[in-house]
Design a protein around this ligand. Structure first.
Ligand code: ADP
Ligand code: MG
Length: 352
């Protein structure tokens, strides 16, 4: 088994008046892990971070940091006495302090030489050794983010919290910084919890992703497993584009308007009767469209979108459902064109 969790949430609930922001959240975070809470706006991500930091007190449940109960069971350790670092969305650097002074801010100034040595270490870690004497206004967005990271890492927190850390950067820089931030966190060996509503960001930077919906964790796992084995329709649709085909279970297979397949059926398949209705998950790259005469077609192209080297087509089926279908640009279809669809996924997932 692995080492004791650095951070543990058990059944954490947070109510704001009649509003339940967190509804029984339980999770252990392992040493050195980068875990991301992913979910839509309002699902409780920021509240989760604030309760970990001690900026909110849970209505119920318990939080432990390094084995010590910091919230719950009658205990409440205030934020300044928790070994938790926070990287804010807007970086919150002090504009009149230099980069060095910003980084040194959270360190006790008892020993000047030790502080200077620690700041040098952090400037190296975030790859800004030549920028120590600059002020924040002389830095690019990516450099500011690295200073903010260095400042919160300086006191060696047990856990580093990052709230939507890339939202203040432009799209191109965001993708670049994801890789850099992950590398810095791994090099520092810190345990980190970040939150985002951006599925691509969560999948690309995290060791594990906790998908949240309406104050609850829907699924936790490695990025590949939550993407490839979503346990609910919510997780399937939140992680990437998903369409659902109506189907029926028949002799251990799933029958749909576009064919019969072996499918992985979820939620108690054994108890399900022959003919039970299911929803089959199809991702755009699970479908292949071929031109067809209207009589033989499965559906009609109702919209198309160029996304870099490919097109995403929306196909309306006879049932009235629509599905998305991704195609390489050489195979172009026009609007209103009739197509047959073939499902190329080996074992699509089906829910009922
Ligand atoms: P997210 O960060 O995922 O967007 P939040 O944690 O900010 O979500 O909010 C979760 C829910 O709790 C929302 O419905 C929000 O309106 C509510 N909420 C958050 N903070 C407060 C507060 N201080 N007072 C009242 N309601 C709040
Ligand atoms: Mg938020």
């Amino acid at each position: 088994t692995s080492a004791a969790p650095v951070l543990s949430l058990s059944d954490v609930t947070k109510e704001f008046g009649p509003e339940t922001a967190l509804d029984g959240v339980s999770l252990d975070v392992e040493p050195g892990e980068l875990l991301t809470f992913l979910g839509p706006s309002g699902c409780g991500k920021t509240t989760t971070l604030r309760t970990i930091a001690g900026l909110e007190e849970p209505t119920e449940g318990r939080i432990t940091l390094g084995g010590e109960t910091v919230s719950g069971d009658g205990a409440f350790v205030p934020p300044e006495r928790r070994d938790v670092g926070i990287v804010f969305q807007n970086f919150a650097l002090f504009p009149h302090l230099t980069v060095r002074e910003n980084i040194a801010f959270g360190l006790s100034d008892a020993d000047e030489a030790a502080t200077a040595a620690r700041v040098d270490e952090l400037l190296d870690l975030v790859d800004l050794p030549e920028h120590g004497e600059k002020t924040p206004d002389q830095l690019s967005g990516g450099q500011k983010q690295r200073v903010a990271l260095a400042r919160s890492l300086a006191p060696e927190p047990d856990v580093l919290l990052l709230d939507e850390p890339f939202s203040n950067l432009d799209v191109r820089l965001r993708v670049e910084m994801r890789e850099e931030v992950r590398q810095i966190l791994k090099e520092a060996g810190v345990t980190a919890v970040s939150v985002t509503h951006d599925q691509e960001e969560a999948l690309s930077i995290s060791d594990r992703v906790a998908v949240m919906n309406d104050g609850q964790i829907e699924q936790v796992g490695r990025p590949e497993s939550v993407f490839e084995r979503p346990e609910s329709k919510f997780v399937a649709s939140f992680l990437g584009r998903a369409s659902f085909l109506e189907g029926k279970l028949r002799d251990g297979k799933v029958e749909t308007g576009i064919g019969r397949f072996d499918a992985v059926t979820l939620e108690g398949y054994d108890t399900v009767y022959d003919g039970a209705p299911v929803d089959v998950l199809v991702r755009p790259d699970d479908l292949r469209a071929t031109p067809a005469s209207p009589e033989l077609a499965d559906g009609v192209i109702v919209s198309r979108q160029y996304v870099g080297p490919s097109f995403v087509y929306r196909v309306e089926l006879e049932s009235g459902d629509t599905v998305h279908c991704l195609h390489n640009h050489v195979e172009e279809f026009g609007l209103d064109e009739s197509v047959t669809l073939e499902l190329t996924a080996d074992h699509p997932l089906a829910w009922y």
